[in-house]
Design a protein around this ligand. Structure first.
Ligand code: ADP
Ligand code: MG
Length: 603
């Protein structure tokens, strides 16, 4: 065959392969165009999961009849004039290939009336055959109709899934755009039925809640911070509401993105608040000088290259972590007292973490202590020290961490009452709180293990006999590759023969743990970690530490001496967050005086 130029229609069909994968891609392109045209109301109508019909109607700027002829031409765009514009693109589209691509693989029609124009016009494209512009009655704005997607490319049509699946993708496409455009109203119908209605929202937070509803749990946390370069705005699910399934969305300068490193940063921020196999939902909008990020690395524009990824990662992690911390998810007691019917102001501060005390407390050891104790610079008993000496001997089950007898009983200045050998009740400056003694001690012990691990690094303790387990070849390769990384986690894990691994050593701190169990967890960590992603010691150790902290803590049913109670409360007050146990249950429930007044009908 001789070399020839391809027929333009074929070129468009090939291009369509990149842009249009399924009906949801059409929905995305058309809604993006409506948004670029400044629409305030966008109605999307689908039939048969979008394969029969996708119609997007907007009230945007419209297309002048004189330009309509170009709309289906490839590389025709009104959004980009020269190469310089590429550096600061403010619109969602700019390649000018969506409509040409879509028209080449469907029966499409654009009907539009430009703002200020008396009359409308329309044009059709059937599989790349573009008709003439004709006059047509139309309201201001644009309506794009795409019927019989892939009618002329049967191979692609075959890949479409059931209607419900395709519809799901379409809804997701609309949702992503709606999460980034709170000021625009969205309506989505499928086969005549209402699927999604989102009225215009005044604030982003409002839109995020309306769009994701229950997925964000009750009283999700609003996040809004900004420094010189990076702005961050969105919503975070409370850690205590995390579920197995989560909805997680990231946006950069108004575009939905998927970025492993950024997702990781958020996961890390949540790590110390979550336990077990749960994840939190969130929506976060990052805004960044466009010159510092390149959104143009992939045709669907979902991945981004950052100029300074490490810094952005760090900022994101810290901001999210701070927000979670500041939320002090101590369960508000009033909700339990008054039931859910009555809306209550959110507790402004986590009691016990940042409860402001009277001025005379200026010299107390931790400015966060809400317990009116006498200032005391040094704790007489160090959990770390006790742990450190036992690094090589199993301490599981030991419950030495509560202040021993040599701690003299001292009047704390306020009574703490132990109820039924389970709960501690005490007055706070705002009201009162009820503490779950086991849960709080768990958190204290858990944090002690963690800071100890951080401070001392992870020493490896060799096993007398290696622990061996069979693995599949892919995992074996990854273990070989990540040998050094695993060592840093305190795991001496190496291939053993052709289809097994052997654990030769484990973190000395965990020497009391069952090696088989640890090996199992390590393998799970490896299986879950994606290629190229770093293994996070926190995730691996968190579970182990939490169960260890649990075993070393006062139990329900244990009586506590006053000095033990005080010791526990003091330790807790030094922690950045003590509002949940490592398993995510609350450690304390707080009642403010106002809430009590209300419960007693004083207000
Ligand atoms: P791009 O969005 O990359 O410019 P498209 O093929 O999606 O390319 O659209 C081509 C052009 O058609 C746009 O640049 C715009 O001028 C016009 N257009 C498409 N849809 C609309 C709309 N809903 N309202 C106004 N103009 C539109
Ligand atoms: Mg476009």
């Amino acid at each position: 065959m001789s070399i020839r130029l391809l027929d333009p229609r074929i070129v468009d069909q090939i291009a369509a392969g990149e842009v249009v994968e399924r009906p949801a891609s059409v929905v995305k392109e058309l809604v993006e165009n409506a948004l670029d045209a400044g629409a305030t109301r966008i109605a999307i109508e689908l039939m048969e999961g979008g394969r029969g019909l996708v119609r997007v109607v907007d009230d945007g700027s419209g297309i002048p009849a004189s330009e309509l002829a170009l709309a289906f031409a490839s590389h025709a765009t009104s959004k980009l004039a020269d190469v310089g514009d590429l550096e600061h693109i403010a619109t969602l589209g700019f390649r000018g290939e969506a409509l040409a691509s879509i028209g080449s693989i469907s029966r499409a029609r654009i009907r539009s009336r430009a703002r200020g124009s008396e009359a409308g016009a329309e044009i059709e494209d059937h599989g790349g055959r573009v008709g003439d512009v004709r006059a047509a009655a139309a309201p201001p704005g644009t309506s794009v109709e795409v019927r019989d997607l892939f009618f002329n490319t049967p191979a692609r049509r075959k890949f479409l899934k059931r209607d419900s699946t395709e519809l799901g993708h379409c809804v997701e496409a609309v949702l992503r755009l709606a999460l980034a455009h709170p000021g625009v109203a969205f309506h989505l119908r499928h086969d005549g039925k209402e699927v999604l209605t989102l009225p215009k929202a005044e604030r982003l937070f409002e839109r995020l809640r309306a769009a994701l509803g229950a997925a964000l749990g009750e009283e999700p946390l609003e996040l809004a911070t900004r420094d010189a370069e990076l702005g961050l705005e969105g919503v975070l699910q409370r850690p205590s509401e995390a579920k197995r399934e989560a909805r997680q969305y990231l946006f950069l300068n108004g575009r939905h993105i998927r970025d492993r490193a950024l997702q990781r940063a958020i996961k890390d921020a949540y790590a110390s608040f979550l336990f077990g196999n749960v994840q939190a939902s969130y929506v976060l909008h990052l805004s960044l000088d466009p010159a510092l990020a390149d959104p143009n690395v992939h045709p669907t524009k979902i991945e981004v290259r950052f100029r300074d990824a490490g810094r952005i990662f760090g900022l994101l992690r810290r901001s999210v972590e701070q927000r979670l911390r500041a939320s002090g998810h101590a369960a508000p007691g009033a909700r339990l007292l008054l039931g859910d019917g009555e809306p209550l102001p959110e507790m402004p501060m986590p009691i016990g973490v940042r409860d402001e005390g009277p001025p005379s407390r200026a010299g107390s050891p931790s400015s966060g202590a809400s317990f009116p104790i006498v200032a005391r610079p040094e704790l007489p008993f160090d959990v770390h020290a006790a742990e450190a000496t036992s690094a090589t001997a199993p301490t599981s089950g030991a419950r030495e961490a509560i202040a021993p007898d040599r701690e003299p009983a001292r009047s704390a200045g306020a009574e703490v009452i132990q109820l039924h050998q389970r709960y501690l009740v005490r007055a706070t400056y705002r009201g009162l709180e009820v503490i779950d003694q086991h849960a709080l001690h768990e958190r204290v012990n858990y944090e002690a293990f963690r800071s100890d691990l951080r401070a001392k690094g992870i020493a490896i303790q060799r096993l007398l006999a290696p622990e061996i387990a069979p693995v599949d070849p892919a995992l074996l390769a990854s273990i070989e590759e990540r040998g050094e990384e695993l060592q840093r986690l305190g795991l001496d894990l190496r291939p053993f023969g052709r289809d097994s691994v052997a654990l030769f050593g484990l973190p000395a701190r965990l020497s009391g743990e069952d090696p088989g169990h640890l090996l199992e967890r390590a393998l799970r960590l490896l299986r879950e970690a994606a290629d190229g992603e770093e293994l996070a010691p926190e995730h691996f150790l968190a579970e182990v530490l939490a169960s260890r902290a649990c075993r070393g803590s006062v139990m329900v049913g244990d009586p506590m001496r006053p000095e033990q109670v005080r010791y526990l409360l003091e330790r807790a007050a030094t922690l950045a967050d003590d509002s949940t146990c490592p398993h995510g249950r609350p450690t304390r429930i707080a009642f403010s005086v106002e809430e009590l007044d209300r419960a007693f009908k004083r207000r």
